[in-house]
Design a protein around this ligand. Structure first.
Ligand code: BDR
Ligand code: CA
Length: 312
């Protein structure tokens, strides 16, 4: 059994990621913690609750996290529609029974403290909650097996030419987690997620497989149109689901150790991932992050589709 906690800002691709973990028989999903990112915290929290209800997992607690980034104003984009789920958030089950009274950091500390073995955390939104956790509770680090982080881009961004969205929203938090702390991190950047785009056939198969697949697919048109402006293709980019796939099946992504930094200025590089790509002979000996840059791309597409399709 893989014990996971997902820190999330749903988000269309977050919805795919949550469904992948919530319905997997080998995953013990301990909680979802929410963060402001793709949309405001009220929406991300409601979406997290409703997605768990859709997946029949109202037993999984949801705790409300940071309402805004570490030291910046809230900023977002409209890729995920005005409700975070492509205008589809009200079309399936509503629930709030599993809304935990604790805030996200408190729930994380309580769950990690109680866990007999270290737990994997999968942050798939801005890193605000995780930075706060590590800053306020450094003693909890040994209880974190690793962080599988969706964020960053070694070779450019999506929200700006240089920055990936999750890092751009809260660069200081990203810097804290990647550079200033010493928790094991696997980074799942745009460099790999953009390559795992899925097309019409994949989506049609998912939609036909079960109710969850049908609802997930219905959320995607606006999000696909948003990316089409950049890629010229109508494909769906399932960024966050790829991080969850790696957390469920470690090694499904091939990683390279790298020393990283995050641009915390306000200039055109704000939120950019800075990778030290010079150390090709000697492995880096500072704080390294395992960066997922490669995978069996077709195998990964099939894995995610099979897992989402196989259960009712
Ligand atoms: C990341 O930003 C959000 O739009 C997605 O949910 C994903 O976590 C991709 O840059
Ligand atoms: Ca996300």
């Amino acid at each position: 059994m893989r014990r996971l906690i997902i820190d999330t800002d749903p988000g269309v691709d977050d919805a795919f990621a949550i469904a992948l973990a919530a319905r997997h028989p080998d995953v013990d999903l301990l909680a979802l913690t929410t963060v402001a990112g793709n949309i405001g915290i009220e929406h991300t929290t409601r979406n997290a609750l409703n997605l768990l209800a859709l997946c029949g997992r109202e037993d999984v607690p949801v705790a409300v996290g940071a309402h805004r980034p570490f030291s910046r104003a809230v900023r977002g984009d409209d890729a995920h529609g005005n409700d975070g789920l492509g205008g589809h958030a009200h079309n399936f089950g509503t629930s709030s029974a599993n809304l935990d009274p604790r805030d996200a950091v408190t729930l994380l500390v309580d769950l990690l403290t109680a866990a007999e073995e270290p737990v994997t955390i999968v942050p798939i939104g801005p890193l605000t909650n995780i930075a706060l956790l590590l800053a306020a509770h450094p003693g909890i680090k040994p209880k974190i097996e690793r962080l599988v982080v969706m964020g960053g881009g070694i070779n450019g961004g999506n929200i700006t030419p240089s920055a990936e969205f999750n890092f751009w929203v809260d660069p200081e938090a990203a810097r804290r987690v990647l550079v200033e702390e010493d928790v094991p991190v696997t980074l799942v950047p745009l460099d790999i997620t953009m390559r795992v785009a899925v097309g019409d056939d994949w989506l049609a198969e998912l939609a036909a497989a079960n109710d969850v697949g049908r609802e997930l697919t219905a959320m995607t048109p606006g999000y696909r149109a948003f990316y089409k402006k950049d890629t010229g293709k109508d494909d769906l980019i399932v960024h966050d689901a790829i991080a969850v796939a790696e957390a469920i099946r470690p090694g499904i992504l091939r990683t390279t150790p790298m020393m990283l930094d995050v641009d915390c200025t306000d200039g055109p590089g704000s939120g950019a991932t800075i990778a030290d790509v010079r150390n090709k002979v000697d492995p880096p000996n500072g704080r390294v992050v395992d960066v997922a840059l490669d995978a069996d791309i077709e195998g990964l597409r099939s894995y995610i589709l099979d897992e989402l399709s196989s259960r009712y």
